[in-house]
Design a protein around this ligand. Structure first.
Ligand code: AMP
Ligand code: ZN
Length: 149
């Protein structure tokens, strides 16, 4: 998958600021961060979207996201008594865009890990709706059937 920028990063053919690497995943800084510390976790094996992502890789990506989120929030990083450097998140958002309609621009699955602080200006646009319970039940049944349950 030579045209995939994230495969190129995994192969070290393109530059990246790497945060974590293991056998199956890579985490690196997003080049256009929404907030300082915004990074991406990717499976090393190319998958363009959720439909072709190995569920094991999905679990691994999420687990790395959890670890990185903890590091972003962790006030104890560094030696005791020394001033902290780097992002100190008060919260973290995970975000994953699957498909053009969802805003996906890079077609190699990636989990955004976005450190949050009050007043950082990041947010999801959209207004919650208030469907009635029968409508929710109907939708739930439809999706349940698709799941084969
Ligand atoms: P999306 O596909 O909408 O979830 O977003 C793709 C994300 O990848 C954006 O946040 C980009 O800033 C980021 N991105 C694209 N190219 C690179 C790169 N070479 N290194 C790091 N991040 C990248
Ligand atoms: Zn790729």
């Amino acid at each position: 998958m030579s045209t995939c920028i994230f495969c190129a990063i995994v192969a070290r053919a393109a530059e990246a600021s790497i945060v974590h690497e293991d056998e199956h995943t890579l985490a690196f800084m997003d080049i256009r961060p929404f907030t300082p510390g915004h990074l991406l976790v990717v499976p090393k094996a190319h998958a363009s979207g959720l439909a072709d992502l190995d569920p094991e890789d999905g679990r691994r990506v999420f687990a790395v996201g959890q670890r990185v989120a903890a590091a972003l929030r962790d006030g104890s990083v560094g030696r005791p008594g020394e001033p902290q450097d780097g992002p100190r998140a008060d919260g973290v958002n995970f975000f994953l865009a699957d498909g053009v309609a969802a805003g996906q621009e890079v077609f190699h699955v990636h989990l955004h890990v976005i450190p949050r602080a009050a007043g950082d200006g990041f947010g999801l646009r959209g207004r919650p709706t208030s469907p009635r319970r029968p409508d929710l039940d109907h939708l739930a049944g439809t999706i349940r059937r698709r799941l084969g349950a």
